[in-house]
Design a protein around this ligand. Sequence first.
Ligand code: NAP
Length: 237
Amino acid sequence: MALKTALITGGTSGIGKSTAELLHSRGYRVMVTGRGDLAAAGLPADIAVIEADAGSLTDIDAAIDRARQYLGHLDVLFLNAGVSRPGPLESTDEAAFDSLFDINVKGNFFTLQKALPLLGEGASVVFTVGAGEGLGAAMTAAKGALLPLMRALALELAPRRIRVNAVSPGLVDTPAYAKMGISQEIVDSWAREIPLGRVGAPADIAEAVAFLVSDAAGHITGNNIAVSGGIGIHSRP
Ligand SMILES: NC(=O)c1ccc[n+]([C@@H]2O[C@H](COP(=O)([O-])OP(=O)(O)OC[C@H]3O[C@@H](n4cnc5c(N)ncnc54)[C@H](OP(=O)(O)O)[C@@H]3O)[C@@H](O)[C@H]2O)c1
C-alpha cells in the first residue's frame, strides 16, 4: 500500500514540528514549510523542509510545486503557519495588520486553493485556529476568520470527499512565546489559569491533528477540536 503523505505549513517549530514528527513516526511521508534557519529545526532527515513564506503567493506556488514533485499527491494538508502579534488598537499599524491577515487568512486560503489538485478523495485538511480574546483586536479578527472559512470549505469540498476541520490550541508551550519576548517563567505561570492545571504541549495538538486526519475520523468534517485544557469552555457553542 502507498504511504500516506502530509504537507504541514509552519512545520519547523512548535505545533507544526510536533505534528510532522508524529505523522512521520506513523509512517507518513512528510514535507514541511518554514522560514528562518530550516536546518535548526532538527527534523528527521527524510522529512523535506522547504522555505516558503505563508503570506506570499509566489512562495505558496513554489511550495506546492515542490510537494507535487516530492510527494505526488496529498492525503493531509495541515494549515498551521501563523503568527501572533498581540497588541492594543493604538499600537497596531497597517504593516502589522496586513501581516496578520496575509499569513493567517490569505496564506491558508491560497495554500488550500493551490494544493487542491493534489488532494483526492479521502484527503483531509486541518486548520490551526486558537483562542482570540486577550490577544488584541487584529489578532482576534484574523484568527476569528478561520472558523467560518473552515466550515464553508468543509461544505464546499464535501462532494469531493475531502474533509476540512480545525484544531484550536489554548496555551501551548512553544517557541512562539520566546519569539514574542515572553519568558518561560511567565509561560509556566499560566498553568494556574488553566482548568486542567497545566500548559499544553505541542504533542497534545499533534495527537488531535493525527486523529482528525485518520480514517477513525472519516465521518467528521467542519469541526473544531479545542485542545485547551478547559480554557474557553463557557464561550463555546
Ligand atoms: N502556542 C500557542 O499557545 C498557540 C495558541 C493558539 C494558536 N496557536 C497557533 O498555532 C500555530 C503554530 O504556532 P506555534 O505556537 O507552534 O508557533 P511557533 O513555534 O512559533 O511555530 C510557528 C511555525 O510557523 C512558521 N511560520 C511563522 N510565520 C510563517 C510564515 N509567514 N510563513 C511560513 N511559516 C511561518 C514558523 O517558522 P519560523 O520559526 O521560521 O518563523 C514556525 O515553523 C500558529 O498558527 C499559532 O497562531 C498557537
